[in-house]
Design a binder for this molecule. Sequence first.
Ligand SMILES: NC(=O)c1ccc[n+]([C@@H]2O[C@H](COP(=O)([O-])OP(=O)(O)OC[C@H]3O[C@@H](n4cnc5c(N)ncnc54)[C@H](OP(=O)(O)O)[C@@H]3O)[C@@H](O)[C@H]2O)c1
Length: 287
Amino acid sequence: MSSAYKCSRQAPGAGTRRSRGTGNVSHVTHPSNPAATPDLHGVRALVTGGTSGLGFAMSQALAEAGAQVAVAARRRDRLESLADRIGRDRVLVLETDVTDEAQARAMVEDSVREFGRLDIVVNNAGVMLLGPIVDAPIEEWRRMVELNLLGLLYTSHAALPHLLRAAETDPRQVADLVNVSSVAGRHARLNSGVYNATKFGVGAFSESLRQEVTRRHVRVSLIEPGAVSTELITHNRPEVIEGLRATLGPIETMRAEDIAESIVFTVTRPRHVAVNEVLIRPSEQER
Ligand SMILES: NC(=O)c1ccc[n+]([C@@H]2O[C@H](COP(=O)([O-])OP(=O)(O)OC[C@H]3O[C@@H](n4cnc5c(N)ncnc54)[C@H](OP(=O)(O)O)[C@@H]3O)[C@@H](O)[C@H]2O)c1
């Protein structure tokens, strides 16, 4: 695996570790004023599904806030142009199929090897293949379960030891696992059964894990967007795309940047604040 990342091994935020339990801490490496410009300098992040849509916008937003970002997906050319756009000194390109457990693990380990640690992991890669359950192509179900659930589980399993270590030893003294679900993870709808099942699964897993690690200052956050203009629906069969457009109607959808902004907000809260869930819809989306 080749890397576009030029790594500075100097520990970011050296000498800025905050003291614990004094009630008189100075927030040097983390914004103490939530209204302040988000500052992620010295923070190392990994985003899956970074070649389009939400993942592309998130990678860019995290890097703009100062983070160094490992960006993973399958399309190498897209990863390379993302690195060109954001800056080769800020981006680690990781060509990865997260449905393959070994590749998901290698993605995490390569990030840690290059960056020295991992503070934020965003499980974003996902696919939405809609349509009636009766006579559905089973292959579409398999793709959703393998990516939306298993890919996220493999990545989380590999990343958790590193996130726990970051929360204990690194300057921020907190780490973030952000899982991208959907409004479909809250409300089941006609023609969305298996996509619903995968996103409800993401919600259940995230809440259980949250309870397990929150006292160790790994914050597990669930992002639940409504309709965003991305490539997501283009992977569906033509008749499904037609039906989906008719169901949703002519509404103004969100932009990927709207979701990226909410993720930057989530990971830049002070250490004592955990944003557990963000449900975010276009204003004109009723359900
Ligand atoms: N758009 C919406 O309206 C909406 C609403 C709610 C939730 N979401 C969720 O948001 C997330 C991102 O979706 P999006 O709208 O940004 O869709 P998108 O534009 O289709 O992006 C999906 C990303 O996932 C990557 N990906 C697909 N298969 C992969 C694999 N096996 N391994 C690694 N990466 C893979 C794709 O890159 P490669 O093809 O290069 O691998 C791409 O970067 C998904 O979890 C989706 O369920 C989206």
